[in-house]
Ligand binder design. Sequence first.
Ligand SMILES: Cc1cc2nc3c(=O)[nH]c(=O)nc-3n(C[C@H](O)[C@H](O)[C@H](O)COP(=O)(O)O)c2cc1C
Length: 344
Amino acid sequence: MLDELRHPVVQAPMAGGMSTPELAAAVSNAGGLGFLAAGYLIPRDVREQVHAVRRLTDQPFGVNIFVPDTSTVDGPALARYRDRLTVEAQRYGVELGDAVDEDDGWIGKLAVVREERVPVVSFTFGCPDSFVMAELKEAGCTVVVTVTSATEASKAVAAGADALCVQGSEAGAHRGTFQNNAGPLDDTSLLPLLRKVIAAVDAPLIATGGLSCGADVAAVLVAGARAAQLGTMFLLCPEAGTSQVHRDALVREGRTAVTRAFTGRPARALVNRFVTKHSAAAPTAYPHVHHLTRMLRGAGDPEAMSLWAGQAHEFAREMPAAELVTTLGDGARAAIAEAARRFS
Ligand SMILES: Cc1cc2nc3c(=O)[nH]c(=O)nc-3n(C[C@H](O)[C@H](O)[C@H](O)COP(=O)(O)O)c2cc1C
């Protein structure tokens, strides 16, 4: 499937309303692979988005699903974090949410992608068991698992993944790490991570994290990936559902950091007041913290919003998704030709 793309470019699934059916379809129509993000949606809405994509393209596309997190949660630490955020709620005149646990509609979403025979189904935050994988493959889906280490890559291949999405630590938004409470975060960046994964498994790889132009796409293809997945660069496309505040913040130079402050899972965001003030105190508690901070993040203040961004965010430019796919694909081809000339 990855070898059939006209441009070896995957538009990252971006939960939270950014990867719209219009964005996914535009990318697939342009010869890349567009993705819907099922995260945070209810299964019925996922099905509607799948139908919407199919009205806009007859090309392959993907749907991404969050694997439920079974990590244990430190209840007292979560309670302390809730207390800490009370002043933030008062500041914005909103309520803190209930820090509930739930599985993001896991069973319902698996049923949707199976019944709809979605061409590519990718997972993040964990690895589905081999039974789930086999059912999807029987329905004709290509199964991709996001990995952030060679150990995760080996587990995903053993469970039956058709391909892996290798996520370097440069990546915008959530790390795909299988276990939220597995100790210190592995911060290996994309190129060394690709090398480690290639040494551990024999599987088609999609490389993702901090890529911003055709030359970057070329770099990961030369390093052994079959395709490059970009998220942040697609956030400025007119087809994306990105808020204006987020768009304005992305193009400014500014630091990013990996933080649990917004959701309880490590995720890369632009550094703002909320990140600076609360990251050190944020507990390992997903999706509890995600629900706790929902109204704060929605209050509209860029200093308290989760402005997800990869490390190369300031290179994002507003352009139609089809143009971005073509620019990346053609740029990669030119960069590879240019690099090859250095040897003559
Ligand atoms: C706003 C945003 C939301 C994201 N949501 C998801 C998601 O729902 N599922 C997923 O697998 N990855 C998600 N990602 C991570 C991407 O798949 C990818 O790893 C990342 O965008 C790569 O880094 P880059 O943003 O520097 O290109 C998201 C990324 C961004 C920027």
